[in-house]
Design a protein. Structure first.
Length: 93
């Protein structure tokens, strides 16, 4: 479906990004819809040949007819900001 995207954020836990985004009212998933609530890496991504690290560093975004350009802009800005902050936290000293 062109309305569901899986995006990989290298070096960052998809779970951490999910939590930060939800605090801003942006709701994403880090697994397939059929595994909602699971902390295991996406079985779909693993079946597609991605490794565990890639699967754990990915989030799923879903869009619908009610999604506005303003919502997309807010989401992109929030993703950028939170990804950069999480990357800084995960860098070795």
């Amino acid at each position: 479906s062109p309305y569901i995207w899986n995006v990989y954020f290298p070096g960052v836990s998809g779970e951490s990004l999910l939590i930060r985004l939800s605090r801003e009212g942006i709701y994403v998933s880090n697994g397939s819809a059929c595994s909602s609530g699971s902390v295991d890496p996406s079985k779909v991504l693993l079946a597609m040949g991605y490794d565990v690290e890639h699967a754990k560093s990915s989030i799923r975004l879903s869009f619908g007819k009610m999604t506005t350009l303003e919502m997309l802009d807010q989401t992109i800005q929030s993703l950028r900001s939170n990804y950069e902050q999480l990357r800084q936290l995960s860098l070795p000293f």
